[in-house]
Ligand binder design. Structure first.
Ligand SMILES: C[S@@+](CC[C@H](N)C(=O)[O-])C[C@H]1O[C@@H](n2cnc3c(N)ncnc32)[C@H](O)[C@@H]1O
Length: 253
């Protein structure tokens, strides 16, 4: 809603019973102040080294914990924000036979193509994929949502392409971690300095609101905290012990 549309007088507000949602802004937490670029620009630069630097602990442990998805019964999956095909390779290893990938960054898609786990790859926005309606029994979005200013279009697009009964698995960078550390998604650029990719803070309630509005219901929610396994591989993160770093939701239609 644009500011011009907002009710200005309490009496007028009474006539417009709209709940105004104020999302936390990443700027309120930023402790790094890195140069920041839009997602497409950032991932174009990061594509070459992405696989060496992304931490599988963000998502793989969570995916392995999920009880409500029978991966080897999936017939057709859409991987929205597929990147280099890292998550798709995991899905394929669990028996998912057909995976269509969508990503907005050509350089990430080039890497994904080399991986040969996708049935098709599409250069498109996760919120307007161009994929056929009512086609997939699994939709997956892994480590993408923090780059979206709004969640509703993502959940609506996932619902549009899903069959009845489909699962939508969304793994995200946990808002608590972003808030506690003031750390955006970032990578080391060619010039050697860290560069941040535009990061948005979405509370878990924002996910619930957007997903319910798109017709999803929550089947499972898991959270990964910084535990001994994490600290063993990244000693400096002992300071963040017990802070949740990522989460996985399974939504059903
Ligand atoms: C952290 S990577 C995750 C890739 C993969 N899912 C994984 O887990 O390794 C984020 C990906 O989201 C893509 N992305 C970000 N915003 C997007 C958008 N609006 N539409 C499509 N892709 C987007 C980026 O290009 C990048 O490949």
């Amino acid at each position: 809603m644009s500011p011009a549309c907002l009710p200005r007088h309490p009496a007028v507000a009474y006539l417009f019973p709209v709940r105004l949602i104020t999302m936390p802004r990443f700027d309120s937490f930023d402790q790094r102040n890195y140069e920041t670029v839009p997602a497409r620009e950032g991932y174009a630069q990061w594509a070459e080294t992405y696989e060496q630097t992304i931490k599988h602990d963000m998502d793989v442990w969570l995916l392995e914990e999920l009880q409500s998805v029978h991966w080897n019964a999936v017939r057709r999956c859409a991987d929205l924000g597929c990147g280099t095909g890292r998550s798709a390779a995991w899905l394929a290893s669990r028996g998912v036979p057909v995976i269509d990938g969508v990503d907005a960054t050509p350089e990430m898609l080039n890497r994904a193509r080399e991986r040969q786990v996708f049935s098709s790859l599409h250069l498109a926005d996760v919120c307007a994929t161009g994929l056929p309606a009512a086609t997939y029994d699994l939709v997956m979005t892994c480590l993408v949502d923090e780059h979206l200013a709004e969640l509703s279009p993502l959940y609506a697009e996932a619902a549009r392409i899903s069959e009845d009964g489909a699962a939508y698995v969304l793994v995200g960078f946990h808002p608590f971690f972003i808030m506690a550390t003031g750390m955006p998604t970032h990578f080391k650029a060619g010039h050697g300095e860290p560069v941040a990719i535009e990061t948005h803070v979405h509370l878990l309630s924002d996910h619930v609101t957007a997903a319910l509005a798109a017709g999803w219901r929550l089947a499972e929610l898991r959270e990964q905290v910084i535990d001994d396994r994490w600290v063993k591989t990244k000693h400096s993160w002992a300071a963040y012990r017990d802070v949740p770093i990522s989460f996985a939701c399974v939504w059903r239609r």
